[in-house]
Design a protein around this ligand. Structure first.
Ligand code: FES
Ligand code: FES
Length: 165
């Protein structure tokens, strides 16, 4: 049987991956979170619960936030994915204003939940230049953080909004 391949566009880079059981391949049962971390080495995407409850694994699929632990990699053939690694400027290394705002607001402790939160905020600010507090809370509602007050995160989002104006 001839091999079957899929293509993922991750952070503007094209990856062609073989589907199957061979070493380095992607099994039909593999999630996008698994493939990003284990095949592509993009470990900025975190896996907490691995069942859609914590938000840590959030990435953008065609610009929309998804829980990558619930998406099968084979479903993403030909699609564009952005992970936390894709937010900084690849030429200058400059952080995205949202990343910078999280740093300046001290909006994390262990940082495990942070990449997922930042990806959800990125999606929100890409679709709305002036979201209400309610919309910000709604966008962050699926993210579980065991370390800090979410008020720091809200401050970071407000700071990012000012930077983008
Ligand atoms: S690891 Fe995907 S939602 Fe928790
Ligand atoms: S900063 Fe530790 S889980 Fe959120």
């Amino acid at each position: 049987m001839s091999p079957y391949f899929i293509t993922l566009i991750v952070n503007n880079q094209r990856y062609v991956l073989e589907i199957g059981n061979r070493p380095g391949g992607v099994k039909p049962s593999h999630t996008l979170a698994h493939t990003l971390r284990e095949n592509l080495g993009l470990t900025g995407t975190k896996v907490g619960c691995n069942k859609g409850e914590c938000g840590a694994c959030t990435v953008l699929l065609e610009g929309k936030p998804v829980l990558s632990c619930l998406v099968l990699t084979v479903e993403c053939d030909g699609k564009s994915i952005t992970t936390i690694e894709g937010l900084e400027d690849s030429q200058t290394g400059k952080l995205d204003p949202i990343q910078q705002s999280f740093l300046e607001s001290g909006a994390f402790q262990c940082g495990f939940c942070t990449p997922g939160m930042i990806m959800s905020v990125k999606a929100l600010l890409s679709s709305s230049s002036s979201p209400t507090d309610e919309e910000i809370r709604e966008a962050l509602s699926g993210h579980y953080c065991r370390c800090i007050s979410h008020y720091h995160v809200l401050e970071a989002v407000t700071r990012a909004l000012h930077k983008s104006r």
